[in-house]
Design a protein around this ligand. Structure first.
Ligand code: SF4
Length: 447
């Protein structure tokens, strides 16, 4: 294991020790029960062993760990973690799309996710406006695949025709979405390295949109030279983070034997292996898992357009808690096919203007967002989900509005308040639209 090669900075060794702790139950056992056994099982270099002792043997965590002077390597590791969190916030901000209609619709979806997924989870979702698939299906078949990817059936090869289309589409995206298109990903229910030309598509993306796209691969060990070269290419072009999905503890140890701590300093390991402390997402293949603890949530991070380059399809999607109607943890609001870049641009513009709804028309049914209930306590009505609750009176001045939701359309509700309260229908619509954008109401029953 390349824990034997001390890197120039030692914080990547700390990163690796924490990955072992989180990923490998035997390592945790060794730390807790028999520290001396670690050197027999794991080829820890003296530096790693000294760091592990300091982390877990010398009185466990102490305030000294957080002192730069007492434990500089740990301090640098924490700084790196903070940089990653700042990076995610920066990307989320930069993902705000240019068209004002799209921008507002995206914000309504983000507000809805606070209710349905909880603010803590929602803060980790960047809500990127655009995502590409460069294959149809995936060759890997991970047991934890939260998107239930189909079997690999076809790849978007870098032919002259396809590369021309690709570049034209990226230019169209830049024109439509502005800077936010730079934060698209080039995989979804696909494995990036299934496409032998993935690197070429990334380089085009970088040259047109100025950002080298972030990558997560589950095939890091399939061709370690390719993986190493890809990480170098990516870093050289300014990409700040890539990730490897880890299937088993053996894979984790094999990754360490092939890549040094420094090589993976800016590569996150997604510990999907049995025995890891990372909570798995109960979506897709793990939707009804009984074998391991899962969290019914989503791994979807896009509120925008999912484009498959093989079938030339576009879907407008947003995260949704995984359930039987949304097994992959996202909801599709619209979909269509295109033939070329101009056609693609028209399709996207059309979805922005017709499907991105953030106000009610008279005929729209008014529904609570699934997961939100109205509860009455001590003469006060509250809107409540598993994650947050607020008094209805703080959001709306429409008396007993909750009694009309689910049974009336917006026009009927406006008429009701005109007749009972003398309220101008425009004021009722404003109140309903505000609740729609707060993520509390939905139009009709949408699946
Ligand atoms: S998790 Fe990724 S690599 Fe694994 S099957 Fe799903 S899409 Fe493929």
């Amino acid at each position: 294991m390349s824990l034997t090669t001390p890197p120039h900075h030692q914080w990547p060794l700390i990163k690796r020790l924490f990955e072992l702790w989180n990923g490998d139950p035997s390592f945790r056992n060794g730390v807790e029960q028999d520290f001396g056994s670690l050197t027999k099982t794991y080829p820890l270099c003296p530096e790693s062993l000294a760091l592990a002792k300091k982390l877990w043997q010398d009185n466990s965590f102490t305030t000294q760990h957080y002192s730069r002077k007492a434990f500089p390597q740990f301090h640098e590791f924490l700084q790196h973690q903070q940089e990653l969190m700042a990076l995610r916030s920066r990307i989320r901000e930069n993902c705000t799309p240019l068209p004002s209609r799209f921008k507002k619709w995206r914000q309504c979806q983000i507000n809805r996710c606070d209710w349905q997924l909880g603010p803590a989870k929602n803060d980790t979702i960047i809500h990127m406006p655009l995502c590409f698939e460069l294959s149809k299906g995936c060759s890997v078949g991970c047991r934890f695949c939260a998107l239930s990817a189909q079997k690999l059936s076809s790849v978007f090869a870098y032919t002259s025709e396809n590369s021309k289309l690709w570049k034209e589409m990226l230019q169209a995206c830049r024109d439509i979405f502005g800077k936010s298109s730079s934060y698209a990903s080039l995989y979804w229910a696909t494995e990036p390295f299934d496409n032998p030309d993935y690197e070429r598509f990334c380089l085009d993306f970088h040259s047109i949109l100025d950002v080298f796209p972030q990558t997560t691969t589950a095939l890091a060990l399939a061709d370690t030279d390719r993986t190493r070269n890809f990480f170098q290419l990516s870093e050289k072009n300014g990409c700040e983070l890539n990730r490897i999905s880890v299937h088993t503890v053996d894979d984790l140890l094999a990754i360490y034997s092939h890549f040094t701590g420094e090589e993976l300093a800016r590569v996150g390991l997604v510990l999907q292996n049995p025995g890891s402390l990372q909570m798995k997402v109960g979506a897709g293949r793990l939707l009804n898992s009984k074998e391991e603890a899962v969290e019914k949530t989503t791994i979807s991070c896009a509120t925008g357009f999912l484009v498959n380059m093989v079938e030339k399809s576009v879907r407008l999607i947003s995260p949704w808690p995984a359930d039987t109607d949304h097994p992959a943890g996202y909801k599709t609001y619209d979909q269509g096919l295109f033939t070329g870049a101009d056609d693609f641009a028209s399709l996207v513009q059309q979805m922005i203007s017709t499907t991105m709804q953030y106000s009610f028309s008279s005929q729209d049914q008014v529904q609570f967002t699934p997961g939100i209930l109205s509860l009455t306590r001590e003469n006060e009505t509250f809107l409540s989900s598993a994650y947050q609750e607020i008094a209805l009176s703080q959001l709306s001045n429409l008396p007993r509005l909750h009694e009309l939701i689910g049974t009336h359309n917006a026009g009927e509700i406006a008429l009701h308040y005109l007749e009972t309260e003398g309220m101008e229908p425009t004021l009722t619509f404003m109140a309903l639209n505000s609740l729609l954008c707060s993520g509390i109401l939905q139009t009709g029953i949408q699946q």
